[in-house]
Design a protein around this ligand. Structure first.
Ligand code: SAM
Length: 342
């Protein structure tokens, strides 16, 4: 039935998720695993304990959650993690989410290590765009920053994504002072040479790490922009992807340079998203602990889609107005980014 209803009409019919501040939530980031084959120094501790299997949502539960969100007017879903592509049968899940009536786009954030094998099946499954994390082009440094990663595999993954025909492939880089801040221009050039967009993300104080002192390694987006402008003058773009990236153009290239600046350019007033952890915890804000337990609803009332939707609607009242990150303070958020779903 639904497939014959035009998308605009369907959007009008769908009940909207709106929070207490009048913000409409139409974007959900779903973490499909807390596990990862990398241990990026700003994201995780070296020794991590991952969740036992019974605590994580099954693929069927993840799909039921996605169905509930889309029925409530969500139009964009991002699969993330942990590393989403280390979850078994991720293509099965992507295929089913991609065709949910009313969903405009299914997208993915990945470290790229599994893309040589999975780029094509994921594109065929209906994933429209991918973001690939890349913090260094130097093999030894890449290994240091990821603790386990092999840059050659990730570069092969980026090539596989380009060949698979995603509508857009974007790189995400976290820059740490004294570690990879001298690679900013090289990363921009790598993106330019391949016609990819690139976003630079300010490091966020999520989880306790011992590897470095975040107040010493912090690089603001404005500093990075100054570095890039020594070679490529940037003009602000009016494009918006509905995300927190603010984009800039270079005169002689289609590559856009984005900055995600949770510290220095607060974008909470525009926030349209929530996150679902693989434990089924619906997080209303990246930088706060307000959450609702959707796993409990799904396991107490299996198959009750109405109860699940009601729990999601009720959770909107918990969405806080904004986050408060401070570079020099101890993290207020003790969960790591791999748990949150980056
Ligand atoms: N494994 C996938 C990947 O590497 O893209 C998806 C999950 S990862 C948590 C998503 C993004 O979050 C990556 O681009 C990563 O660099 C970024 N990230 C992780 N911890 C961060 C932190 N503390 N501050 C800023 N960005 C972080």
């Amino acid at each position: 039935m639904n497939s014959v209803v035009p998308e605009t009409a369907r959007a009008q019919q769908a009940p909207a998720l709106v929070d207490r501040f009048g913000r409409r939530v139409d974007y959900v980031r779903i973490s499909v695993t807390d596990r990862c084959d990398f241990r990026c120094v700003y994201c995780m501790a070296e020794e991590m304990e991952f969740l036992p299997r019974r605590q994580i949502l099954s693929l069927e539960e993840l799909l039921a959650a996605a169905e509930a969100f889309v029925a409530l007017g969500v139009t964009k879903i991002r699969l993330t993690g942990g590393e989403p592509l280390v979850r078994q049968n991720i293509v099965w899940l992507a295929e089913r989410i991609a065709v949910l009536p009313g969903l405009r786009e299914l997208v993915l954030t990945t470290n790229g290590s599994q893309l040589p094998r999975l780029a094509e099946p994921l594109r065929a499954a209906g994933v429209k765009r991918v973001n690939i994390s890349l913090d260094s082009l130097d093999p030894a440094r890449f290994r240091q920053l990821t603790r386990t990663g092999d840059v050659a595999t990730v570069l092969a993954g980026i090539d596989a994504a380009r060949a698979a025909g995603f509508e857009r492939v974007k790189l995400n880089s976290v820059i740490l002072r004294g570690r990879n801040d001298d690679e900013v221009l090289a990363l921009v050039e790598f993106a330019r040479d391949r016609g990819l967009d690139i976003s630079f993300i300010e490091e966020m104080p999520l989880g306790h790490i011992d590897e470095h002192d975040r107040s010493e390694t912090f690089c603001s987006s404005d500093e990075l922009r100054t570095i890039i402008e020594t070679r490529y003058p940037l003009t602000p773009s009016i494009d918006s992807t509905g995300g927190p990236s603010r984009y800039w153009h270079m005169a002689d290239s289609a590559t856009r340079v984005g900055f995600i600046s949770p510290h220095t350019h607060n974008f909470c007033h525009l926030c349209n998203r929530v996150r679902l952890t693989v434990e089924g915890r619906l997080l209303l804000c990246l930088g706060n602990e307000h959450s609702a337990d959707l796993r409990a609803v799904m396991r107490d009332r299996p198959g009750d889609a109405e109860a699940l939707r009601a729990a999601i609607v009720a959770a909107m009242d918990l969405k806080p107005e904004r986050h408060h990150f401070e570079v020099s303070a101890e993290p207020q958020i003790v969960r790591f980014m791999n748990t949150t779903g980056g």
